[in-house]
Design a binder for this molecule. Sequence first.
Ligand SMILES: [Zn+2]
Length: 51
Amino acid sequence: MPAANTCPVCDRPATGEHHPFCSQGCRDRDLIQWLDGNRAIPGPPAEETED
Ligand SMILES: [Zn+2]
């Protein structure tokens, strides 16, 4: 069982400094992706009722 200590963003070996990422850039990218995923909550469709 290999100890896969790889960056979840780019699959490069993670460094101790930025663990579990390989660099500050991948840290930011992961955070942005996380925020994007969280933000992707579609609001209710605008309802227009006509009588
Ligand atoms: Zn990376």
